[in-house]
Design a protein around this ligand. Structure first.
Ligand SMILES: Cc1cc2nc3c(=O)[nH]c(=O)nc-3n(C[C@H](O)[C@H](O)[C@H](O)COP(=O)(O)OP(=O)(O)OC[C@H]3O[C@@H](n4cnc5c(N)ncnc54)[C@H](O)[C@@H]3O)c2cc1C
Length: 409
């Protein structure tokens, strides 16, 4: 094997999470490779589509620390308020950046814009081998490293690394090959997403509305547009997607209500089937599993990538510390530090997201009254609301150095 095929880290998957990890670790003396199945461009990678991604304020801090934020700032719309309500009932609560003393609770941009910026940064970095389009087709763990087989243009190539990072998305073949046990729920629902323009200015407000037929979210975007996430039962998805613009707008208006006036100009609609998956281990031998490969969430709470980038910040920190101390980045000790750090938050965010979705679609009267009282209590009691706002901003729990603006070394 050539020296050029030996790496400290091989990252499988150049989606938002794998790309962010590569950028965070590039340029600090580690030999790094990123293997991505598609040509790295926001027009070829399927997940860099027009879906709106809400970035928590904590994610902005991590992007600032790895120098990605300056290129994102001009395309990201700030979220100043979050309005959570139970449609047709009395309960509602509002979170506000002003009350929290923060410049914003978060930001919204399209996955396509995020992909464009991350890919541009990946291409610039000379200390990183970007191997794409290429697929990891097999790997084998040894005591001192991992042998990784990749296929590119019909040719096979072998790489060797000390740490293999599975950032290969929800149906991760790496996680499956490792036989890592998962907890999984299917919701029998899909998220229909589109951009839409309201007649009233959105004023930086994000709406989360729970309705009897499932949750609806409306996120503020640039140019006065909003991004809608409309949860639809799987057996109704085809008929919703088949609606013409006018019928779609009318149906969505009925579901969302009149808070932002009349809607017009709806963009292309896409449906994403909803499930929740959580890997019960985030480490196996010399492999770390991060992002959607470790946890795929219901998008209504907008937490999937935000949780994934906190995996990135934590893994980057333990790997950089191991490297600085001349220790093996894929050793049991290094990865145990990562696993202990992340497994609790991954479990809690998955459980809370799932619990919220189930709580708000429960039609029982007692549950409905209880959740509305909960929303009212939240609205009246700052000591209840403040922790919720901090959690929505991704600012709770043990914060990695990158999230505190402290460089990795
Ligand atoms: C409708 C919708 C709305 C959402 N809204 C939000 C939101 O508001 N906020 C938020 O935080 N999150 C949101 N999410 C979640 C967010 O999109 C995901 O968490 C995020 O895209 C996961 O990124 P990832 O890099 O882990 O995985 P992926 O994006 O799935 O990337 C995996 C990459 O691995 C590559 N790959 C796979 N196998 C191989 C292989 N064998 N070899 C080489 N490469 C391989 C793939 O080509 C792909 O590029 C939303 C999701 C949906 C569906």
């Amino acid at each position: 094997m050539n020296d050029s095929d030996q790496y400290d880290l091989v990252i499988v998957g150049g989606g938002m999470v794998g790309a962010s990890l590569a950028i965070a670790l590039a340029g600090r003396g580690l030999r790094l490779a990123l293997v991505e199945a598609f040509e790295p461009s926001s027009n070829s990678q399927p997940n860099y589509d027009d879906r709106a991604i809400a970035l928590a304020y904590g994610t902005r801090l991590i992007f600032e620390a790895i120098d990605v934020w300056p290129a994102l700032a001009s395309v990201a719309e700030p979220i100043d308020k979050i309005h959570v309500s139970d449609r047709g009932h009395f309960g509602a609560t509002r979170l506000s950046s002003h009350d929290e003393g923060m410049p914003a609770l978060g930001y919204v941009l399209t996955a396509r814009e995020l992909g464009r910026v991350l890919n541009a940064q990946l291409r610039q970095d000379r200390s990183l081998d970007l191997i794409a389009p290429a697929r990891v087709v097999d790997f084998a763990q040894k005591d001192d490293g991992v042998a990784v087989e990749i296929e590119r243009d019909g040719l096979m190539r072998s790489l060797r690394c000390r740490l293999l990072v599975a950032a290969d998305g929800g149906s991760s073949s790496i996680r499956q090959k490792l036989d890592v046990p998962v907890q999984q729920w299917q919701y029998g629902q899909s998220a229909v997403v589109a951009n839409i323009t309201p007649s009233h200015p959105h004023q930086g407000v994000a709406f989360e509305r729970f309705t009897d037929a499932g949750p609806v979210a409306l996120l503020p975007m640039t140019e006065g547009r909003c991004a809608l996430v409309w949860t639809v039962a799987d057996d109704e998805v085809d008929s919703v997607l088949a609606l013409d613009d006018e019928a779609f707008i009318t149906a969505f208006q009925t579901r969302f209500g009149q808070r932002l006036g009349r809607f017009s100009q709806v963009g292309r609609r896409f449906a994403h089937p909803l499930s929740l998956m959580r890997a019960k281990q985030s480490v196996s031998g010399r492999v770390a599993i991060i992002g959607n490969a470790a946890h795929t969430l219901h998008p209504i709470a907008g937490q999937g990538f935000n949780l994934g980038i906190r995996d990135v910040a934590a893994l980057a920190e333990v790997v950089a510390d191991a490297h600085a101390g001349d220790r093996d980045p894929g050793s049991t000790d290094t990865l145990a530090n990562y696993s202990r750090w992340r497994i609790g938050e991954q479990r809690n965010v998955a459980l809370v997201t799932d619990g919220l979705v189930r709580l708000f679609i429960n039609p029982l009267r007692a549950v409905r009254v209880g959740r509305n009282l909960g929303l009212v209590a939240m609205e009246c009691l700052p000591w209840l609301k403040h922790p919720l706002a901090r959690a929505a901003m991704g600012l709770t729990g043990r914060q990695p150095r990158l999230a505190r603006g402290v460089p990795l070394d």
